[in-house]
Design a protein around this ligand. Structure first.
Ligand code: NAD
Length: 483
């Protein structure tokens, strides 16, 4: 029998020591020039072959993800679909985004030609969480590889086998040349990777760990991407399609048993439709089942300590006057938590301000959409958000006022299924972007090369310039920009 204190079954990997981490980084560094020399076309071919292999063996990956995280088969299948979708896009678009391009030299320097390139950084360290052990790392891993870097991945200590599976399948298509290395272990291994003189760290995990990662990287001035936690909010306007909004809210809050960084944790619904919305949410959430079997909608809560966080948030909210519309403390039966819907939760309680990371949805009524935006923005986090209104142009204008990295109008978490869309947050949710063109550029250094095509008539950047050169230049600039 599994108890809340048992680690997931497949989570027993050896811990990499500092020496192993150094060796992995050195091996990745040795492999990097050869991988870079393949060029965009060669790397695209290899990454596409990897994608095809992952899909051929997707049942294996689904089983592995399920064994390590206890998520439902459908949640694991969705993860594999996203892996393939993102990998394929990154492979296809790296050349266009990162390839050499000409840039106008501008009027003053018209005698030059300019080219801008995005060169690989070298070796990129990727530190991943357990909640989407294949999908989350594939963003930075595929972008770094497509750009000509090699990678050392430190998966979560709860999901080492998924990371190793990704490494082994890629090695199959690169003929044994390891361009992706994996080191396993807990935060100690993660810290060793931060200190191992890699050229960039892409970290995904809690904001608290993100701070420690930055501190470790500071010693070597290693740049970092921080994909931290979230406390995503949904704004429901009076004219919203309530059926669609309720369906989306329940899925976004409960999928992966609420253990999703861009999972929905707060809803601000306009008073006029609040009761109807709450009724629809409750009806849908009440129908969901927990368990490990094929009929389950919600799998287990992976981290035993998260059960305490969930219990504390729910208990504190209720003690401070919130209403339990569905479930309550009795819904927490380790390792499962059945859906909990809380209403009228004080805005300064932990269930509203802190990441709960469980199937708990706070639904608070508001006087207006403006009020909803203000409350949504009061969070220190700023990862994803959503807006429901039948007026799409109003939806976009509300979205523009939300302090979040990604906003979906009349949908939830839509951006995660779009490989061209940059993903990342603000504030406590971190900085830097994965996915899309921004995610590709994140693992490169930009280099500009200017080359003089012919000598100009006026030469202001020389001590041998003629006496009339500077006055003529000033006159020209005044004529051009002085009005
Ligand atoms: P975590 O912060 O506990 O661990 C994340 C990773 O960091 C793990 O691999 C861990 O071993 C490693 N780590 C721990 N201490 C370290 C240290 N001192 N130095 C270097 N590495 C260290 O997070 P978790 O529990 O694995 O994941 C859940 C969290 O991740 C949630 O807060 C969730 O919101 C967040 N998350 C964010 C995103 C995003 O894209 N923004 C995506 C998924 C999850």
């Amino acid at each position: 029998m599994t108890t809340a204190t048992d680690p997931p079954p497949a989570a027993r990997a050896t811990t990499s020591r500092t020496g192993d981490v150094t060796a992995a980084v050195e091996a990745a560094r040795r492999a990097q020039p050869g991988w870079d020399a393949l060029g965009f076309a060669g790397r695209r071919k290899a990454l596409n072959a990897w994608c095809a292999l992952i899909l051929r063996r997707s049942d294996e990956l689904v089983d592995l993800i399920r064994a390590e995280t206890g998520k439902t088969a459908d949640d694991a299948r969705l993860e594999v679909v996203l892996v393939a979708h993102h990998l394929r896009w990154t492979a296809a678009h790296a050349a266009r985004v990162l390839g050499r391009r000409g840039v106008s030299p501008g009027l003053l320097m018209f005698n030059h030609a300019v080219e801008v390139t995005h060169r690989p950084l070298g070796v990129v360290g990727v530190i991943g969480p357990w909640n989407y052990p294949a999908f989350i790392p594939i963003g930075p891993v595929s972008a770094a590889l497509a750009g000509g870097n090699t990678v050392v991945l430190k998966p979560s200590e709860l999901t080492p086998r998924t990371g190793e599976w990704l490494m082994a399948t890629l090695a199959e298509v690169t003929g044994g040349t390891r361009v992706l290395h994996v080191v396993t272990g807990d935060g100690t291994t993660g810290e060793a990777l931060c200190r191992a003189a890699v050229d960039k760290i892409s970290f995904t995990g809690s904001s608290a760990t993100g701070r420690r990662v930055m501190a470790a990287c500071a010693d070597n001035l290693t740049p970092v991407v921080i994909e931290g936690g979230g406390k995503d909010a949904m704004v429901v306007a009076a004219d919203a399609d309530l059926d669609a909004a309720a369906d989306a809210a329940v899925w976004a809050a409960m999928t992966n048993a609420g253990q999703t960084c861009v999972g929905l944790e707060r809803v601000y619904v306009v008073d006029a439709v609040a009761d109807r919305f709450l009724g629809l949410v409750t009806e849908r959430a009440a129908a969901l089942r927990t368990g490990d079997g094929p009929e389950a909608d919600l799998g287990r809560i992976v981290l035993p300590r998260q059960l305490d966080v969930i219990a504390t948030h729910v208990g504190d909210a209720l003690a401070r006057g919130a209403r339990a519309v569905l479930g309550g403390p009795q819904s927490i039966t380790p390792p499962y938590v059945a859906p909990i819907v809380l209403a009228d939760v004080p805005e300064d309680s932990a269930a509203v301000t802190d990441e709960t990371f469980g199937p708990v949805l706070v639904v608070n009524r508001v006087a207006s959409v403006e009020d909803a935006v203000e409350r949504a923005n009061a969070s220190g986090y700023g990862l994803g958000a959503s807006v429901f209104t039948r007026d799409r142009s109003r939806g976009r204008s509300v979205a523009a006022r939300l302090r979040a990295g990604m906003v979906s109008v009349n949908a939830v978490i839509a951006f995660a299924g779009m490989p061209a869309v940059p993903f990342g947050g603000v504030g406590e949710s971190g900085f830097g972007r994965v996915h899309g063109p921004d995610g590709l550029r994140e693992f490169t250094r930009t280099q500009a090369v200017t080359s003089q095509r012919f000598r100009p008539l006026m030469q202001p950047t020389s001590f041998r310039r003629r006496p009339g050169t500077m006055p003529a230049l000033v006159r020209m600039v005044r004529t051009l920009y002085g009005r």
